[in-house]
Design a protein around this ligand. Structure first.
Ligand SMILES: C[S@@+](CC[C@H](N)C(=O)[O-])C[C@H]1O[C@@H](n2cnc3c(N)ncnc32)[C@H](O)[C@@H]1O
Length: 234
């Protein structure tokens, strides 16, 4: 038995956990987010990255659309949401504000997942609250590298979670996922470097963290697809 199970078990657990009822519960948190929450997220990102009209953006692990709801406020973005759990994806697709978002069903952290998109499809791969869920973060980051155009950018946002945050349905999962309870901001950029990225920024999301709705402190990593380093599988 591998020390932490395998990716098939991990995927089955996500698909079983985010059923219709759990997706509704999760989406209640997302629909409770206000314009101030979405503005704060964009504010934190735009301190370190400049969007231009026409950019192609992948929201990886999009859930019910929290990050998309921030991104659609920017004019002219072409947004794709990748999400493996159908009830989460259906909730995203049902939001009128997100009618322009293309949805794709799938996971992103196995080498075979690279076939979801052609190489150099996106200018930006962004994720919110996904990295802590990845069974194989390095495989995900290599896929993102493959899907990004030359000099494309990843924007990864997550919480500084504790072991104790993995309770209830998620009890025990903390010891199967490498980034599940990172109290450091160093591991994620270190892994992105291994996957062929140059780190541009690592820091707390000050605008987001100042809001009363933020329970767990958030941090963000911005990194560029380095053209002089190729990850293993490409
Ligand atoms: C904590 S939720 C975050 C959702 C959304 N990004 C947000 O900020 O509300 C994590 C999402 O990632 C999805 N997910 C889990 N593992 C994944 C993987 N390996 N690849 C892509 N998405 C994944 C889950 O189904 C879930 O919808």
């Amino acid at each position: 038995m591998p020390y932490r199970g395998n990716y098939t078990e991990s995927r089955q657990r996500y698909l079983a956990t985010y059923d219709t009822a759990e997706a509704a519960k999760y989406d209640a948190w997302i629909t409770a987010l206000t314009k101030a929450d979405h503005d704060a997220c964009l504010n934190d990102i735009q301190r370190h990255f400049t969007f231009s009209p026409g950019m192609t953006i992948l929201d990886a692990g999009a859930g019910t659309g929290a990050l998309c709801l921030s991104l659609v406020a920017l004019p002219g973005m072409r947004i794709t949401a990748l999400e493996p759990c159908p009830p989460m994806q259906e909730r995203l697709a049902s939001k009128p504000e997100l009618s322009s978002v293309t949805t794709v069903e799938g996971f992103c952290d196995h080498p075979d997942d690279h076939s979801h998109f052609a190489p150099a499809t996106f200018d930006v791969v962004a994720s919110r609250q996904l990295s802590n869920c990845l069974f194989d973060p390095l495989a995900a980051f290599r896929n993102w590298h493959y899907w990004l155009r030359p000099s494309g950018v990843v924007i990864v946002m997550d919480g500084l979670f504790n072991r104790e945050d993995w309770s209830g349905r998620w009890k025990g999962v903390v010891d199967t996922l490498p980034l599940s309870a990172c109290r450091t901001m160093a591991t994620l950029p270190y892994m992105l470097e291994q996957a062929g990225f140059r780190i541009d920024h690592v820091g707390l999301m000050d605008a987001t963290n100042a809001l009363p709705s933020t329970r767990t402190k958030r941090y963000m990593v911005v990194a560029t697809k380095a053209m002089d380093v190729e990850p293993d599988h490409c």
